[in-house]
Each structure stands twice: as structure tokens, then as C-alpha cells.
Design a binder for this molecule. Sequence first.
Ligand SMILES: Nc1ncnc2c1ncn2[C@@H]1O[C@H](COP(=O)(O)OP(=O)(O)O)[C@@H](O)[C@H]1O
Ligand SMILES: [Mg+2]
Length: 359
Amino acid sequence: MLQQFKDAIESSNIISKTDTNGIITFVNDEFCKISGYTADELIGQNHNIVRHPDVDKNDFKKLWETINSKKIYKSTVKNLAKDGSTFYVNTTIIPILDENDEVIEYIAIRYDVTKEMFYKEELEKNEVKQKILFAQARHASLGQMLANIAHQWRQPLTELSLTVFNLKKNALSNEEAVQKYYDESKNIINSMSKTIEDFSNFFTPNREVEQFAIKLSVEEALELMDNSLKSSMVDVELRIQDELEVLGVANELTQVILNFLKNSIDAFELNGVLIRQVDITIRRLKEFAEIEFRDNAGGIKKDIIERIFEPYFTSKHQKNGTGLGLFMSKMIVEQSFGGSLDVKSKKHYTIFSIKIPLA
Ligand SMILES: Nc1ncnc2c1ncn2[C@@H]1O[C@H](COP(=O)(O)OP(=O)(O)O)[C@@H](O)[C@H]1O
Ligand SMILES: [Mg+2]
């Protein structure tokens, strides 16, 4: 029976034995297969023949401390095969004791986890890639914001130059008019400086996680876009069915709503829609807050709706679209708020739905 147990283990695992100095005394076929060495090449060699240079010296120290004190050592180990390739093994090293309780040899039982480890590494690489994309997306949205300020300033600047012109015209003859144009100018300048203040407040890296009212964050977005919405003649209705609070960075949610609004405005103009309606509804769904964002800007065609959250996916002309807005929005909702972002489109409507766990 012992022989049968031995056969069973040997045929399904990678097995080696070493003496107390770490010199290999036995290897099975599986060990030869994964390491690329023959049994003759291995027996008599120190076990560090498969040691990978990436592995920290302290790991070996810990290994030897463990097995020298007659305990079982378990770990996932990175090894080097004869041909220079890497393999990973889930390793258990068992000290074998004699009748005097002295270690006489070590048996190592391993199984191959190379595929799993490479998969894990791949995932980690992807995560880094996503972070870089996210940073790029933020950067791009900063550019969009600047464009937005420029847009918001266009009208008051025109007014201002007209007022200053009037001021000059009346400077010598009409004191009353001068005062009037002066006050007007001051008002315009104040409101322009407020615009820039709003935007810079929005972009100070206020990354603090806090409990905040969804309503405020949505209203902030509407305020920042007020001029653009008006000049594009978009009617926005905000329906607050429940006063709800969530946990996260308030500015980031504002950013998501801004992205939606900008996309709606783009779609309204692109599709030449005459009556332009955006409805935003905040409501409670069990343990979640839902923000439903709906426009009648033409809808999203079936063949692209699957792709709109992909980074760099845009249906717009290059100078109008970066394809990062919705990607970034989804990242914010999922990663910062632990929620979900979905889209539906029917006929000429588009509905984005954000669900965020309640605070
Ligand atoms: N409200 C909307 N109506 C119609 N299409 C939309 C809407 N929102 C997004 N889209 C589509 O999704 C695409 C991706 O949006 P986004 O990630 O913001 O990138 P961008 O706006 O730079 O194109 C847009 O190019 C557009 O085709
Ligand atoms: Mg966009």
C-alpha cells in the first residue's frame, strides 16, 4: 500500500529529495520534465540549480530556518529551467526525521502553477495600464474644461468690449452714462472671475472622500455647464425623488455628470434635434442611489453602444472627441464609488444609469 501511495503521489506531482545540505538525492520524471534537466544532471547537484535570480535571499533564509526547525515549509516559488525559462511551483517541503528525531532528509512536493502566475502577472500589468489611461483621461478632461471656460467667456467678453466702447463714447459728455457703463463692466468682470473660480475650485485636487448629497454634486455640474446648456438651448429638468447621500469624492461625480451633459450637447447639435430635453432623476433603489440621466438627442446605434465605454472609442470627428469621457466616467463610478454605470438606448433616447451604494 505504501508503494501504491508513493506511486500515486509521484505520478501527479513534482517530487525531489535532498540531503540535509540541500544536495539532490532523488527526482521524479515530473521534476525532470518541468526543469528540463535529466535525472543524471540533477542528482548530486545543489538544489539551487533551479534557483531563479529574482527570488529574494531572505526567502531562502526563511525556508531553511523553517525546515531546520523540523517544520513544514509551504510557498509559491519562482524557478529557472535549464533553457532559461521561468516556471512557478507551489511547493511543500517536509523534513523527514529518524527515530532520534533528527532530520535525515527533505522531501519537496510541488505542483506547477506557471499558467496561473502568468495570468496573474498579466492582470497586474493591465491594472497599471488602466491607471495610466485614467490619468490621461483626467488630463484630456482638463483640456475640455479650459475649452469650456473659453466658451463661457466668449459672450461676456463681447459685452464687455461693447460696454467699454460706450464708456469711452460718453466719457466727456455724460457722467451718468459713464457710471452706468462702469457698473455694468464691473458686473461682467465679476461674473467672469466667478466662472474661473468655479472651475479652479473644481480642479483643485480635492481628493478627500466624504459623505455628500448627490443633489449638490449634480447641481454643481449643471451650474458649471449653465452657459453652454443655454447657448445650445437645452432644457434640463432635475427631479429629486429622494434626498440621498453617498460616500466618495464629490468632484468626481460632478465630473461624470459633466461628461454626460457634454455628450448630450454634442449629440443634440450633431443630430440637429430641435426640442432638446435632458431629464436627470435621483431616486432610491433599495440600498442604492440611482442617478438616471436621459436625453432625447438621437440615441446610440446598436452597433456602437457596446463600445462607448472603451477608452478612445469615439464616433466624433477627431477634434471633437477624445473617446475618454465615458471610459473615465465608468472608472469613477466603479472604482471610486463601488457602483455601476449602464446605458440603454431606445428610439431617439439615451439613458445612462448610475447606481451607487448609499452611504
Ligand atoms: N448622449 C449621447 N447620445 C448619443 N451618443 C452618445 C451619447 N453619449 C455618448 N455617446 C456616444 O459615445 C461615444 C463615446 O463618448 P465619450 O467617451 O464621451 O467620448 P467622446 O465624447 O470624446 O466621443 C461618443 O462618441 C458617442 O458616439
Ligand atoms: Mg464625451
